[in-house]
Every structure is written in structure tokens, then in C-alpha cells.
Design a protein around this ligand. Structure first.
Ligand code: ATP
Ligand code: MG
Length: 367
């Protein structure tokens, strides 16, 4: 899968620009604040229908425009397809593929991307939120129903949290608590099964990549952690549901007293070990970065297995954070698939890859 051409109108600092990409490595080079990350963001939007940097459409539209448009020619499943996204702040985005209306989550049928940005370098050291987000984003791309499930979970979670917060002032709210708790347990059971089986696949690929990438045969091990009463996160939905309900009942009182949701998939995490030691506490900075990149590359391999094609790999500003051996691995050893790598022009990256160099200056591209 690859993006052949993208045309941006009024998107971020691009007024009107068309960019052609090569089918393998594209190095997007330029000084700071010229529009390199903005370009990756536009490609990311083609797969997710939303940005990885902001929830607010207004920020995506050029300061001098009232709306923006992204049109891209994509080669996907050996067919050329045209993806169009129109952003009009205040109204939902208009998304079409070959002129047919699509939802944001429906885009994953046509375009898949894997993004690795400087924030991801801290995937292992940061809190559980980033690891859950990694799982959620990755699963959404291969299981469109997962997105709906996640939205439903978040809706129930917010409502239950509000009840737990406000019942003191409005005691009758407590009557509805058990209904929301039950809904959350049902959704949790489904989410847990998806996440547990995805983690097993992630671990299989990431451990092989990490061992190769680190050059020292280091052993990376990723396991899934969920609600403590769940004995087997791969068991049937029904079994998991009963086990979570058990946890829920035991914590009902504590939830009411603390005013917080204490049971459910919103507390899930990934336990990441390098050579059997918890990476969060013991791994060096280089090791955690290598592991983070290996996990993202594993996501790419899973997409290949699922869709028959490598997704588009977006690497934003990560090369300068890696040592030369690892840079070499990223630049020249990622076989198959299209890669878009941003870097600062003084990094001399362009000379070290056979790929196309796209120079960006003030929202204009020069090849
Ligand atoms: P760096 O090397 O520092 O990461 P970059 O080339 O990746 O730089 P971008 O993040 O792509 O830079 O942003 C480039 C510029 O886009 C910034 O100067 C920012 O002010 C500008 N910008 C962001 N949003 C908008 C917008 N809606 N309209 C116009 N300009 C914008
Ligand atoms: Mg940038």
C-alpha cells in the first residue's frame, strides 16, 4: 500500500501544494517549523480520519482559510483509489473514497499507517495510557467494530464516573449505578479478549524484531495485564464477564466512597520486559527506545498479515534520537512498504539513503 500523490488545500501551513511520493523511502527534510510534521499528519488523516496531534479541526485549517481539503491517490490492494477529506470546523468531516461516502473508521479498509513519533520513544517509561492507546489504535485498524466498542465503553465510563461524582448531591442517581456497571463489565469482557489476542501477536513479532534490531539478541517480552480477577483474558466473553462482575461487586462500596470507577478495561496495561526484567524500571534509555520501535514495527508486520500489504510507515523526527546502527536499520533495512521519514536538513540523512528526498520550506515542497 502506498500514497502516490497528495494534494493539500488550506491544510495547516500548506495553502495549495501537491506532492508526489516514491513507493519506498521518502525523506522529508527541511528546517524547523516548515511543515514536515504537518505533511505526515495529513497522511495519518487518510487512515484514521483524525489527527494524532489535535482533537480540534479548527487547528488543521490554515489561518487564512475557512476550510481545508486533503485529496490523495492511494495504491491499495493493487487498485488506485482516491481518498478525499474535507475539513469544515464546526461540522463533521466529509470523507469519501472514490466518491463514496465513508466514516473515519471505514478508512482503514483503504489506507493503513503506522506512526512513530518522538512521544513513542517513551512508550515504555510513560504511564499506561500511552500503551492502551497503542493497542486501541492498532486494533481499530484491523477490527473496525473495535472502534464502536471503544466509543461505547467510553460513553458508559463517563456516565458512571458522573454518577459516582454527583450522587452526594443527587442521591437518586445511585439507583442507576448498577446498570452502568453492568454495561461496563460487558464491554470490558469484549475489549479484554481483543486486546489479549492482539498482544500475543504483537509479542511474537516484536521479540524477533527487537533481537535483530538491538544486535545483541536481547529478549523482549510483552504481556497483557487487566482486571485482577480475570484468570484467562482469552477465555470466552461470558467467562470473562462473570469474573469482572465478581471484581465489580467486591469494589462497589469502594467505588461509591472514592467516587471513582475502579473496575474495568480502562485500567489495562502492557507489561514489557527485557531479558526478564521489567523494562520500565530497569532498561536503559537506548533499550527502551529500541523496544518501542520494535513494537511499532511489529504493528506493521501484523497489518501485513491481516491485509496482505505493508501499511505506510510514518517516522516523525525519530532518527536523531537513535544511534547510527539503529538509524541504519531504519533507513536501509526496513524492507517492503513505503516509508515517510521527517528529519532536519542538517542531519545529512538524505545522503545515507537511496530514497527520494522531499525538501519542505514554508508549506511548499521541492523534489
Ligand atoms: P520541526 O522540525 O520543528 O518539527 P516541522 O517542519 O515538523 O518542524 P510543523 O509541525 O509541520 O513543522 O509546523 C510548521 C508550521 O506550521 C509552524 O510554524 C506552525 O505555526 C504552522 N501551523 C500550524 N498550524 C497551522 C495552521 N492552522 N495554519 C497555518 N500555519 C500553521
Ligand atoms: Mg516536526
Amino acid at each position: 500500500m502506498r500514497v502516490k500523490r497528495i494534494a493539500l488545500t488550506g491544510f495547516r501551513n500548506y495553502e495549495w501544494e501537491t506532492i508526489d511520493f516514491s513507493s519506498d523511502t521518502n525523506v522529508i527534510s527541511g528546517k524547523n517549523a516548515q511543515g514536515k510534521t504537518n505533511l505526515l499528519e495529513s497522511v495519518y488523516l487518510l487512515a484514521y480520519g483524525r489527527s494524532f496531534r489535535t482533537r480540534f479541526d479548527k487547528e488543521l485549517v490554515n489561518f487564512d482559510y475557512s476550510s481545508s481539503e486533503i485529496i490523495a491517490d492511494i495504491i491499495s490492494h493493487e487498485r488506485e483509489q482516491t481518498v478525499k477529506i474535507q475539513i469544515n470546523p464546526g461540522t463533521p468531516k466529509k470523507i469519501t473514497v472514490n466518491g463514496i461516502k465513508k466514516t473515519a473508521s471505514g478508512l482503514s479498509d483503504t489506507v493503513n499507517v503506522v506512526l512513530f513519533s518522538p512521544d513513542d520513544l517513551n512508550l515504555i517509561r510513560d504511564g499506561a495510557v500511552v500503551r492502551r492507546k497503542l493497542l486501541d489504535n492498532a486494533i481499530c485498524q484491523i477490527r473496525p467494530k473495535y472502534n464502536e466498542l471503544l466509543s461505547e465503553y467510553n460513553r458508559l465510563y463517563e456516565q458512571k464516573s458522573r454518577i459516582l461524582k454527583d450522587w452526594n448531591e443527587k442521591p437518586s442517581l445511585i439507583d442507576t449505578l448498577d446498570e452502568f456497571s453492568d454495561g461496563l463489565c460487558r464491554c470490558s469482557a469484549k475489549l479484554i479478549r481483543y486486546r489479549a489476542s492482539y498482544t500475543i501477536r504483537l509479542n511474537e513479532f516484536a521479540s524477533v524484531i527487537h533481537s535483530d534490531f538491538s544486535g545483541s539478541g536481547e529478549n523482549l517480552d510483552i504481556t497483557y495485564k487487566t482486571v485482577s480477577t480475570v484468570t484467562n483474558p482469552l477465555a470466552s466473553e461470558k467467562e470473562i464477564y462473570y469474573e469482572i462482575c465478581d471484581h465489580q461487586e467486591k469494589h462497589r462500596r469502594a467505588e461509591i466512597e472514592s467516587g471513582q470507577c475502579l473496575t474495568g478495561a480502562h485500567k489495562d496495561d502492557l507489561i514489557i520486559k527485557i531479558n526478564s526484567k521489567d523494562a520500565k524500571n530497569y532498561a536503559s534509555q537506548g533499550q527502551t527506545r529500541t523496544a518501542a520501535l520494535s513494537i511499532k514495527l511489529a504493528e506493521r508486520e501484523i497489518l501485513l498479515k491481516e491485509t496482505g500489504e505493508y501499511p505506510i510507515l510514518l517516522l516523525d523526527d525519530v532518527l536523531s534520537e537513535l544511534d547510527s546502527g539503529r538509524q541504519e536499520f531504519v533507513l536501509n533495512k526496513l524492507n517492503g512498504g513505503q516509508t515517510l521519514i521527517t528529519c532536519c536538513e542538517d542531519e545529512n540523512i538524505s545522503e545515507r539513503t537511496g530514497g527520494r528526498v522531499i525538501f519542505i520550506e514554508n508549506g511548499r515542497a521541492y523534489i
